[in-house]
Ligand binder design. Structure first.
Ligand SMILES: Cc1cc2nc3c(=O)[nH]c(=O)nc-3n(C[C@H](O)[C@H](O)[C@H](O)COP(=O)(O)OP(=O)(O)OC[C@H]3O[C@@H](n4cnc5c(N)ncnc54)[C@H](O)[C@@H]3O)c2cc1C
Length: 108
């Protein structure tokens, strides 16, 4: 099946979890023209990161924190905080056209 049918139609793939892995999966499914739905238990994409402790910073510098089609928006050799990760996941999941209509939050 190709294209992106309405949610009532059959999907090729349902992805559980809109973390890094789920969003990357969505990216590659879209690249292949497959229809998919990403569901997440959180009310908002990135909540798993947003709810962590305030001082948390990634141990990998920004240049190694990219997602497909979305370079991490922080200077090289800086260490993004947990909210930066949450924001990036939200951008990828919410503002990227091919994913925007394909993600259902846990309460929908
Ligand atoms: C404290 C901490 C710091 C880290 N720092 C780094 C770092 O600096 N650099 C690095 O490369 N990696 C780091 N990692 C590892 C990295 O975060 C993980 O490898 C990555 O987040 C895994 O992505 P994921 O999508 O598999 O899982 P997650 O990011 O955990 O996402 C899983 C998603 O699935 C959802 N979910 C879970 N169960 C269900 C369900 N039953 N139904 C619906 N939705 C569900 C959750 O709400 C969540 O959104 C860190 C991890 C932790 C915990």
């Amino acid at each position: 099946m190709t294209g992106h049918p309405a949610r009532s139609d059959a999907l090729d793939v349902v992805v559980i979890g809109a973390g890094q892995a789920g969003l990357v999966m969505g990216y590659h499914l879209a690249q292949r023209g497959l229809s998919f739905l990403i569901v997440d238990a959180g009310a908002e994409i990135g909540d798993a990161w947003r709810s962590r402790w305030d001082s948390l910073r990634l141990f990998t510098p920004a240049q190694f924190d990219n997602l497909p089609g979305m370079p991490f928006p922080a200077p090289r050799d800086t260490y993004p905080g947990k909210d930066d990760v949450a924001v990036l996941l939200g951008w990828v999941g919410g503002d990227t056209a091919f994913l925007a209509e394909q993600i259902a939050s846990g309460d929908s």
